[in-house]
Each structure stands twice: as structure tokens, then as C-alpha cells.
Design a protein around this ligand. Sequence first.
Ligand code: FES
Length: 568
Amino acid sequence: MVRRLRMASGLVLFAYVVTHLTNHCLGIVSIGAMEAMLGWVRPVWTSIPGTLAIYGAFLVHLALAFYALWERRTLKLRPLEGMQYALGFSIPLLASTHVTGTRINDTFLGGDGSHYMKVLTGLWYAEPVNGIVQIALLFAAWTHVCLGLRFWLRLRPWYATAQPFLYAAALLLPVLALLGFIAGEREAGAALALDPGLLARILASQTQPGERPLLNGIAWGIRAAVLGAIAGVLVARLVRQRWQRYHGVSRVIYPGGRWIDIPRGFTVLDASQMLGVPHTSICGGKGRCSTCRIRVQADPEALPLPSTEEQRVLRRIGARSNVRLACQLRPRGVVSVLPLLPSPKIGRGRSRRPVYAEGGEREIVVLFADLRDFTRLAETRLPYDVVFILNRYFQEMGQAVEAAGGYVDKFIGDGVMALFGLDVASGQASCQALAAARLMSVRLDDLNHALADELDGPLRIGIGIHLGPAIIGDMGYGPTRSLTAVGDTVNIASRLQTLSKSYRCELVVSEDLLRSAGLDLTNTRRYEMEIRGREAPIVVHTVETVHDLPAATLALPIEPATARQTRS
Ligand code: FES
């Protein structure tokens, strides 16, 4: 209900702001054009239904903003959310003069706001600072409207396609409105210059002596009421916090043992934000997107039952009984939680660009990894589950590669391609790749453990690693352009990964790479592999489980810079 009310009132205000700004735009043509449109629009907004709609929507929207401020358990806001609040509350403060000078003056004191000439003169020439305030109001209101629409629409499937057009419209309308507003002021100024008595006559027709202080007083009263209400809500929040602290706390424990005590009534998402745990929440905690979902372990009495709304979302994604929405769950005791979707912050570090981005050939290690039997798994699961499992898998594998010092080139289907040696020598890169393979296997075990309830059987992986020359550079088109490698070495690494399936092992690694890493795997199986276009076969070793690799490979040797091999 709250969401619907916010949306309905927001849409009424949006319609009002759009017509108002469009009316301003016509100032580019002339004041006459502005007044022509005003003559058509004003009767709608000043009619009884129009007045009820616009003021009703404004009051409802403002009240809901106070309610949202009260409802939030933490004031740690994301930048756009913070901006949305700040702009929203600034609107009544900035609009107070405009409202008193037009609506209140017209309705109760016999003013005439039906002529742009009079309004422009009043704003720019009676108290010029008001003209500046109106420009600030224009941008605050429009930005607030656009942010609200973005929060509402960004999950729609068509949004990405429409985004460039929406951005263009969002930018054009206020700029044209500003130009129209300034052009109108210029035209009004020219008219006043031609008739020295016009200003006095217009001001006299707008307000009687003694009414100006009254209108100013009302405007200040509106500002004081809004600021007082904001302060009141903030104080009430503090009192609530104290009261809740006094009456008990809940403990939220995260993977790895991090925990935080939160006052009763706070959600798990609040806890994540307070503790600084990255937690995806695409709809901003409104219980609509399900991206904040968590797996929960707790005594039943610590878990209040999900609301109807939360149940509906959980049903829609086919969630298991131990899965809840972090933004809706307000624990009443100790709960252990596992955020189920990767945070968007994870993996940001991998945009690291080596100096070879322009293109060049160098010795490099390429690692390919692929999930076994994932097609069968995908066929038996809901699409959302497939995406969820894959994203968890990509997160774990990506972190393993980065932890070992590698660069995740791309995710292909259910496979991963990673490069090592972009900024270290080949010996070190080989050790890094082996360390990454071991770490991937370890993390996959952890993931299997974490997702035991979600999977019919454990996920298994096949990895191929090879060392050799490859062409490195930024490749692709438009937004898909990124650093990658091409050449025989890449093809061979991919082939080794495919062979791991036939050899029924987790890792197939070339002897070249083992030699470069200084690793002796004489006790493993050794094969010779013919490669089309190459005279000599490639010697490879198979490792049944990557855990079997000596842990020493995780200790990465640093080679002197002179040992680096570069072919360019
Ligand atoms: S953040 Fe969207 S449902 Fe919780």
C-alpha cells in the first residue's frame, strides 16, 4: 500500500512538474506563448479535482518521505538514495515562496498568477533572489523526479534499451525550461524598460501593502514546519534506537565469523550496511527484487514469519525454507546468514590493465576451467537458480584467480578463462596459475558445502593450463572491448581443459608450464598430445584432484626482473 501510494502520488507530481517545465520552455518563443499554454493548463491544475490531486499528492508524498525516514534502520545511505532524500526535502523549502506568491496569494489575497508577465516580474524584480531560488527548485524537483522514476523502472526489461532516450529527455527538459525561464525574464525586463511605471503597477496588482510580510511569514512558516518535522523524525529515531538497545539486541553472524549486534527491529540488510558487508539489494530494500536473499540458520523463535509480501517473492523464486529476504527479515535473536547473490562490489579490482593493452606478443599462462555436467544441471533447474548457482561459482572462481595474482579474462558459458603473467615473469605466472587451480578446487569444495541444499550433487570442475607466447591486447567492440589474449597458447589451454574430461581428472597441465614453475610431477600420468600445425607433440600431465598439487605451489617465488621473457 505504501509503495502504491508513493508511486501514485509521485506520478501526479511528475505530471505536474512536466507540464510546468514544458510551460517554462515556451519562454524561448515568447511570454505570449508561455501564457497561451498556461491558459490551457492552469484551469486543469486550479480546478477542484486538479487542486485536490496536486496538493493531495504532495502531502501524501511528503508524509511518506517522513515515514521512510522513520522506517529506515540506518542512515547510511547509498549516494543516490541520499541525494533523493536531500532533494526531496529541499523541495518544500525552496517552493515555499513560489507557493505563497502564486497559489496562496491568488486564492486568498486576490493576486493573479494567470499571467507569466506578472509572475516573472514578481520573481525577478520584486525580490531577485527568488528567481535564483526558482532555478534551484527547478533542478531539485526534476532531479528528484528522475531519480524516483529510475528507482522504479530500472528493473523493467525494456529499461536498458530506453535508457539513452530517457537520459536525453531528462537532460533536455530542465535545460530548455531554464532557457525559457531566463528568456522570459529578458522579455519582461525589456517591457519594463520601455514603460517605467509598469513594474510598480504589476507589483501593486499582485499584492496590497502589508500583504508581502504576511506572505513571507507564511513561507517561513512552511520552511520551519518542514525543518521541524525532519528534526522531529530524527530525534524520534534516536529515542527509538535507545529504547531498542535497552530492550535487547539481535546478533547477525556472517560467513567467516564476522558479526554485529543490532537493535531489535533492524533488518539483516541494515546489519550488513552497518557492518560494511557488501550485500546486493537492487530494489533498495523494498522487498521486490529478491537479490538480497540469504540463507539463514537460527532457532525458530529468532526468526519471525515472513510477511505475505515476502512470501510472495520467495515463492516466485522457488526459494527453500531456509532462504529469506535480508531486507525483510528482522531477527529476534542470534542468526547466521549467508548472502546468496554476489555483491556488485566483488571483482571490481579486475579492471587492472597491464601496459600491453595496445597489443604485443609475450609469454603468458592461460588457464581454462569448466563445470562438468552443468548442461544437465541447467536442464533440471529453474532459470533463476541456474543464474544464481553460476554467479556464485563465477564469484568463487574469479576470487580464486585474483587471489593467486591472475586476471579473469572472461566467463564463457559456465567456463572461465584466466591469464597469468601480464605483469610478472613467466616462472612466477606458472606458479600463480597452479596456485589458482588449487584455490579454485578448494573454493569449489566450499561452494559445494554451502550449496549442499541447492544441488543434487557436488559441482565438479575441469582445468587446463598452458604456458606459451600469445598476443595480448585490448580487443572487442564498443563496451565489450577488454584485455584478452589470442593465439595457439590459448587454444592449447582450452584443449587441455577439454581433455580433462576424457582423462577423468581435474587438471591437465603442460610440461612446459610445470618446468617453468619448477614443479616435478613425475608421479602423475604423462601423455603426448598431437597438435595440428605443430611438429612436436605437447607433453601433458594429468592431476586427478587439484588438491593433490603440493601446497608449496601456493608460495609464489619472485623471479628477478632480468628473467622476464618478453617477445614483442
Ligand atoms: S533488496 Fe530487493 S528484495 Fe531485498
